[in-house]
Write a protein that binds this ligand. Structure first.
Ligand SMILES: Nc1ncnc2c1ncn2[C@@H]1O[C@H](COP(=O)(O)OP(=O)(O)O)[C@@H](O)[C@H]1O
Ligand SMILES: [Mg+2]
Length: 696
């Protein structure tokens, strides 16, 4: 419930609309109740064959008669009590006097009531004579006409109420989705892996819809339906509040049952949403890996897997449907039982001309059959809003379950802090600098000192899962302009080590220094702006090639993009594409070959003009010819920049200033190609294997 209340906060900025919608709901409710009160005049007119004028006259005459009778009784009682006062005081007389006073008070109150009624009739008399026609049929058509107009106005109010509630809900969802996206996109790289992207997508779509439906129910029905019920209750209470109270006795029982059902509903919905996430997961996996599915002829297996997941979803959704379907009939049954109870009591009073029931006064005067019928209609009219309210609880509980799932992610904080206040890593005409101007006034810029390491790993340890170290005690110093080749077996931790430079992960122990400053203190955005990573799995968006190259470089010109593409040897093949630079790359760039994608990714990195470059096995998909070309580019491009190249290619090793050999998360050796080939046995082995492969 707590999280659903948090979701409610997103509606707060739109409270004015909400208030207007409530006002509309109030008017609609009043009109709803008022329309049902037309039953009484209609019945009266049909039953008595009197014109309204005759009716009001007869009412006044009856009332006058009543008043006269009561006055006569009252006079008689007064006489009697005067006589009693004259008698000498004894126990019997005192008793009689008390009884008389009691009777007198009762008669007086009857008189007051009758006079009040008389006042009402006189007012009615005035208006009925002034405005109503003399003929009962015309009057009846007037009443029905008023009902029609009333319903029309009510419908207008209802439309605005629903429309306003809808806009509040959708605007809240709009804000919530964007807020959620903003939160999620700032999470760390490994936090995405923890839950799976399909799980996240389910929360953005399916769960959001559930929250929206909960909010809509809350703002729409929870306010409007009780108002309608209350309006009927008030009109009913005007006829006989005692009988209405009898009807309301069952309200707490209904509330208790609804509470129980709601709790069941919340559990069932949570399970349902989880099943939807697994469907998303299967869809995502199979569609992304469609080539694998087809080539391994796994379609039947995937079909079975999907069928099992959707069947499970069907079962869970049936639980939800059944719980939801239970609520309506239970409430209806309770409602009808309450109406029957009240009607039974009312009929007893009408048929026996009684005003007392079980010793309790139920009305001042015997109830007319028309009034009872009117009461019955009003109480029955309550059934409709109440039945609608029964689904409210279940819907809100679904919303609660969904908002729990959304806020679970919303509450996650990135472990890598953005450090907006920290010194920015920038490039000036004096070279790379750390800009402290946001912190201190006296030494705004600290240029990188020549001869000191640009990047320094000091005792860096890291593990994804506790107890399984991936990197242990890494000590490395990299100087400005160096090209470092990183060599090691698969899984030795090369990509993990490089992921620490743009701070995808922070070390568990030890520190990485950039130009002498702890990487964790540096403004994260400025750092990432100066670091380019090109990986083996090149990522292209379904956009034009032009925009894919310009991704991440604000204000790139056409000339600069073409020059970057030229440097990456991509310009020629791009021009040969059907629409040149305006060709769409397709979803994840699937309209291009692996090597083409890599060259576009390289052009993107070149355009950014980074200070630090990380190339992670990025030439692995190029053919030998383009690899030679790319090497030419690299030699040019890496000049003057600090770069890390993870590769197994010999020619890359030759352009490296130093080579780092990683073995199971430990630095096995560091040195130039020449030094290592002489001193490092592991390097020699690797080199031999590659040499053989090349000559084979
Ligand atoms: N997100 C992750 N969660 C848990 N373990 C991971 C994750 N990414 C990589 N690993 C593990 O870390 C080790 C090093 O991976 P990686 O740095 O990618 O190796 P390399 O790039 O040298 O092939 C591997 O054993 C791999 O299983
Ligand atoms: Mg790797």
């Amino acid at each position: 419930m707590k999280n659903f209340l948090r979701a409610l906060r997103y509606a707060w900025p739109y409270r004015v609309r909400l208030v207007i919608s409530i006002v509309c709901a109030v008017f609609a409710a009043i009109l709803w109740g008022l329309n049902f009160t037309s039953i009484y005049p209609v019945l009266k007119l049909l039953n008595n064959d009197q014109s309204p004028q005759q009716w009001v006259d007869s009412c006044i005459a009856n009332c006058n008669k009543d008043i006269e009778q009561i006055e006569a009784v009252s006079d008689a009682l007064n006489e009697k009590s005067k006589e009693l006062e004259k008698l000498p005081l004894n126990k019997f007389v005192e008793q009689q006097r008390r009884a008389h006073t009691h009777a007198l008070v009762k008669v007086e109150s009857k008189l007051v009531y009758a006079r009040k009624q008389m006042d009402w009739y006189l007012i009615a008399h005035k208006y009925i004579y002034a405005y109503l026609p003399r003929d009962s049929f015309t009057t009846l058509s007037y009443v029905l006409g008023f009902v029609l107009v009333g319903v029309f106005i009510k419908c207008i109010f209802e439309f605005f109420q629903e429309s306003l509630v809808g806009s509040v809900v959708n605007l809240s969802l709009y804000d919530m989705r964007n807020r959620f996206y903003r939160n999620v996109i700032h999470l760390d790289v490994d936090q995405f892996g923890e839950q799976g992207t399909s799980e996240l997508m389910a929360r953005f779509t399916n769960d959001m819809e559930s929250v929206g439906s909960g909010l809509k129910t809350l703002f729409g029905k929870v306010i409007a339906e009780p108002l309608r019920a209350i309006s009927c209750v008030i009109f009913a209470a005007c006829i006989s509040w005692q009988l209405t109270l009898l009807f309301l006795i069952l309200v707490p029982v209904a509330a208790f049952i609804l509470g129980k059902i709601g709790r069941l509903m919340k559990q069932a919905t949570r399970r349902l949403l989880e099943r939807m996430s697994s469907i998303y997961k299967i869809l995502q996996e199979t569609f992304q890996g469609i080539k694998l599915v087809k080539s391994y002829t796994m379609e039947p297996y995937e079909r079975r897997r999907f069928r099992a997941a959707t069947y499970d979803y069907y079962l869970k959704s049936m639980t939800v449907v059944n719980i939801d379907a239970c609520a309506g009939p239970i409430i209806e049954l309770l409602g009808v039982a309450a109406v029957v109870g009240a009607l039974l009591a009312g009929s007893f009073l009408v048929l026996k001309h009684e005003t007392m029931l079980f010793g309790m006064r139920m009305s001042q005067y015997p109830i007319e059959p028309e009034s009872l019928l009117q009461l019955y209609v009003l109480l029955a009219a309550i059934a409709d809003p109440v039945r609608k309210l029964s689904s409210v609880f279940t819907k809100i509980q679904s919303g609660c379950a969904a908002s729990d799932r959304i806020f679970f992610f919303m509450d996650k904080q990135p472990r890598v802090s953005a450090n907006c206040e920290g010194p920015a890593f920038i490039k000036t005409e004096h070279g790379l600098c750390l800009d402290y101007s946001s912190r201190t006034g006296d030494m705004p810029f600290k240029a990188h000192e020549v001869g000191k390491p640009m990047i320094e790993f000091k005792g860096v340890c890291f593990s994804y899962d506790p107890g399984r170290p991936i990197l242990s005690n890494i000590n490395l110093s990299i100087y400005e302009g160096e090209t470092i080749a990183i060599l090691g077996h698969n899984g030795s931790g090369k990509s993990t080590l490089m992921g620490m430079v743009p701070r995808f992960y922070d070390p568990d122990h030890g520190t990485i220094f950039l130009s002498g400053e702890d990487l964790r203190n540096i403004n994260l955005r400025s750092l990432r702006k100066k670091v380019s990573v090109v990986t083996q799995e090149t990522v292209l968006f379904d956009d034009t090639i032009y925009n894919n190259i310009a991704y991440g470089t604000r204000g790139a010109t056409k000339a600069s993009i073409e020059s970057a593409a030229n440097k990456a040897f991509a310009h020629d093949f791009i021009l040969n594409l059907p629409k040149g630079y305006e060709t769409m790359a397709g979803e994840s760039g699937n309209k291009l070959s692996g090597g083409q994608k890599q060259r576009i990714a390289l052009a993107r990195a070149i355009l950014r003009d980074p200070a630090i470059i990380i190339l992670d096995e990025f030439t692995s998909q190029s053919d030998p010819e383009s690899e030679v070309l790319i090497h030419k580019v690299m030699k040019e491009f890496l000049k003057g920049r600090t770069s890390f190249v993870i590769t197994h290619r010999l020619n890359t090793l030759e352009i490296a200033s130093r080579i780092v050999v990683l073995d199971a998360g430990v630095v096995a050796a560091v040195g130039t190609h020449k030094e290592l080939i002489e001193n490092c046995a592991a390097y020699q082995r690797m080199f031999e294997v590659h040499g053989k492969r090349l000559s084979a």
